[in-house]
Design a protein around this ligand. Structure first.
Ligand SMILES: Nc1nc2c(ncn2[C@@H]2O[C@H](COP(=O)(O)OP(=O)(O)OP(=O)(O)O)[C@@H](O)[C@H]2O)c(=O)[nH]1
Ligand SMILES: [Mg+2]
Length: 201
């Protein structure tokens, strides 16, 4: 197994990036918080077992758009993330955004487009929609239900994606806990399917 494939998780503050990291890498113990004040203050990387004998390194990053009280004002957070992406040269970027009712905002589309163009055409950007534990029906249908809104935001409906909840199991109602394992598997599958294979010489 090689750990030279880098996957960087990006998105606005509080969208659940560190929670996804903890889901993918149970030993990561990445700090999470629902403060309005951004939680992750330094980028951090963790080894992730993707299953099917594959692995990668996932990178937790500082949230964008934390608001005026945030730890890093948005302009600086954007700049820092761009520099981070340039330095780490990831093979895949995972863009997270919230899918709870009323949460989709123009800024989600704006950041998606901004960072998609920042990494260029050679790096695939996939989307993970979080916050769906109360969605009625299969979580995947969130995407088709919201296709038009996504398109209005500039997120193409054919973007590779996963619709999940990243709320820790203990915080999910008992009958919804299976969603956690399913979400974990869906994100791993999304990463495996979109991460270029390394050539073994
Ligand atoms: N309801 C719900 N809450 C979630 C979900 N994912 C994460 N959370 C909660 O949202 C809060 C923020 O999650 P974090 O993982 O810290 O978010 P983050 O994107 O890392 O935030 P920053 O580090 O500030 O950029 C925590 O209280 C999480 O438990 C989800 O899918 N649904
Ligand atoms: Mg975080």
């Amino acid at each position: 197994m090689s750990s030279h494939r880098n996957v960087v998780i990006i998105g606005q503050s509080g969208v659940g990036k560190s929670s996804i990291i903890n889901m993918l890498c149970p030993r990561a113990n990445a700090p999470t918080s629902n403060d309005t004040f951004g939680c992750t203050r330094i980028e951090q990387e963790y080894e992730c077992d993707l299953g099917q004998q594959q692995s990668c390194r996932v990178h937790d990053t500082i949230g964008l758009e934390e608001g005026q009280w945030g730890f890093l004002p948005d302009k600086r957070a954007q700049k820092r993330l761009k520099t981070y992406l340039r330095t780490k040269e990831p093979q895949l970027v995972v863009y997270c955004m919230p899918g709870n009712r009323g949460c989709l905002k123009k800024s989600h589309g704006r950041n998606y487009k901004k960072f998609k163009s920042a990494v260029g055409n050679n790096v695939r950007v996939v989307v993970v929609v979080t916050g769906l534990e109360n969605f009625e029906g299969p979580l995947e249908s969130w995407w088709t239900n919201n296709e038009r809104e996504l398109q209005n935001l500039g997120i193409p409906s054919n973007a590779r994606h996963a619709c999940i909840t990243a709320l820790p199991k203990a915080e999910l109602e008992r009958e919804k806990r299976f969603l956690y394992d399913r979400s974990c598997e869906d994100v791993k599958t999304l990463i495996r399917n979109n991460l270029p294979r390394i050539r073994i010489l």
